[in-house]
Ligand binder design. Structure first.
Ligand SMILES: Cc1cc2nc3c(=O)[nH]c(=O)nc-3n(C[C@H](O)[C@H](O)[C@H](O)COP(=O)(O)O)c2cc1C
Length: 435
């Protein structure tokens, strides 16, 4: 649909709120976005910049599903299919993202937000980062970037990410940080697939896109991005990065991270900056949702029929997974726990539920735990193993954590009381009350 078409669509439907009063990129816009989450907001008058800013665009699974014109339950098969049936985007030579080409880089002119009081600086958090290795080809993923001068950022590159592998192989790399993207590109950037797979091909399979050669670097970039920051990232040139709010809504530590030097900025004539609040709903949905197909597939591979998966915001959309199964054998719950941990290695707690439990309703899941779970037989506690670096309770450095699986499914043949929720009579409620 395109970023602009989508903005127009939500505007026409009255779903986009506009802020016309002057607002600051420092400790003001982020607060307004958080307060109004998940409502999309357009800031038309940013004090420090000529550009407009939009945020809270894709905060829920429902919004993302409606973008693709599907239901939330269709997202897992849709994403699985896009990962396996990737397709090459059309290459064009004239692109909107290059309407303006700026060689005198001054990052202070951009509405790069200073989000929370203890942050180390202004941060880009919505950019998909495109880079290339001579043997593996292009890669696209997310890397937050902290501005520390008029043309430089330090950018967080977690060890093990494909970008990090590329950097280790090449010591410095051309990059394009692309800002202002639709969900097909954002979701593709957040998927972890085999090294050598260009995630732009996943984006194109989700919804066709056009790509263009970047202006000063040999990279193919989304042609309809709002802004593109082109330059080079250096493995050995480091600068302090952080503190910054992480997915868990807690502060990440300060590290020495690679420097990203911006050499050129290209953008649309009336470009709109896309903000993405760290640790907030939009960050969570983009992190968690791409893990759902991998859990779904691995649970199915154990022979258990998986119906749906929710890597839910209450578990930081990373540390918890709620897995709904069609239980046929008594050991299906335990098998599903094993499959889920294979499908998402950073997951700490897995909850397996039956078909009648609403995995999007925390009360429903807790009800299953309260009525169908016995700790001595339904709990699997694994030996300590590396989990997620994001978990503040995991051992710093080694990431060691204790993972647990909760089988909240009911026994196939109850030995005592029933496990079914009683139904009240269905009534036509309008009949009983005056309008
Ligand atoms: C909004 C958002 C922000 C992210 N920020 C970072 C980051 O700063 N550094 C990082 O290494 N990974 C970050 N990630 C995670 C990676 O981009 C993601 O896991 C990606 O799939 C890794 O790609 P790869 O498999 O090509 O290595 C972020 C993900 C999202 C959705």
């Amino acid at each position: 649909m395109g970023f602009r078409d989508y903005i127009n669509k939500i505007d026409e439907k009255g779903l986009l709120q506009k802020v016309d009063v002057e607002t600051s990129k420092k400790l003001e816009i982020s607060g307004i976005l958080k307060e109004k989450e998940p409502t999309p907001l357009m800031f038309n008058n940013v004090k420090e910049s000529e550009f407009r800013l939009i945020g809270n665009m894709f905060c829920t699974k429902n919004v993302i599903a409606s973008y693709f014109n599907v239901t939330p339950a269709d997202i897992i098969p849709m994403l699985s299919k896009a990962i396996t049936q990737r397709s090459e985007p059309e290459i064009i030579s004239n692109a909107l993202c290059q309407e303006v080409i700026e060689s005198n880089v001054d990052l202070d002119k951009l509405p790069i937000l200073f989000h929370c009081e203890k942050d180390g600086g202004n941060y880009i958090s919505s950019a998909v980062v495109i880079t290339r290795d001579p043997d593996y080809g292009q890669n696209m993923d997310f890397h937050r970037a902290m501005q520390f001068s008029k043309d430089k950022f330090s950018t967080r590159i977690v060890r093990g990410r494909h970008f990090h592998t590329f950097l280790e192989r090449n010591s410095e790399l051309d990059v394009a940080f692309c800002i202002g993207n639709t969900p097909n590109i954002l979701i593709a950037g957040a998927t972890s697939v085999d090294i050598g797979v260009d995630e732009l091909h996943i984006a194109n399979a989700l919804e066709p896109i056009k790509v263009v050669k970047a202006n000063s670097v040999d990279l193919l970039i989304p042609a309809e991005a709002e802004f593109v920051l082109e330059g080079r990232v250096y493995l050995e040139e480091k600068h302090a990065e952080g503190p910054f709010v992480d997915l868990t809504e807690t502060y990440d530590i300060v590290r020495e991270e690679p420097v990203f030097e911006v050499k050129k900025i290209t953008h649309r004539k009336d470009a709109i900056w896309q903000a993405l609040l760290p640790g907030a709903l939009e960050h969570k949905i983009l992190m968690g949702m791409p893990r759902e197909p991998t859990i779904f597939n691995k649970v199915n591979e154990t022979g258990v029929k998986c119906i749906d998966v929710n890597v839910n915001p209450g578990g930081c959309s990373w540390l918890h997974a709620i897995v709904q199964i069609d239980k046929i054998s008594e050991d299906d719950g335990k098998k599903a726990i094993k499959g889920a941990f294979i499908g998402h290695g950073s997951c700490k707690h897995v909850f397996i539920v039956d078909k009648d439990i609403d995995i999007y309703d925390p009360l429903s899941v807790e009800w299953a735990m309260a009525t169908r779970f016995q700790g001595d037989v339904d709990l699997i506690i694994k030996d300590k193993e590396p989990g997620s670096s994001l978990d503040p309770s995991a051992e710093l450095g080694t990431k060691k954590t204790t993972k647990m699986g909760f089988d909240l499914t009911k026994p196939l043949i109850p030995k005592g009381k029933s496990f079914e929720r009683a139904d009240f009579p269905q009534v036509d409620i309008k009949k009983y009350f005056k309008q």
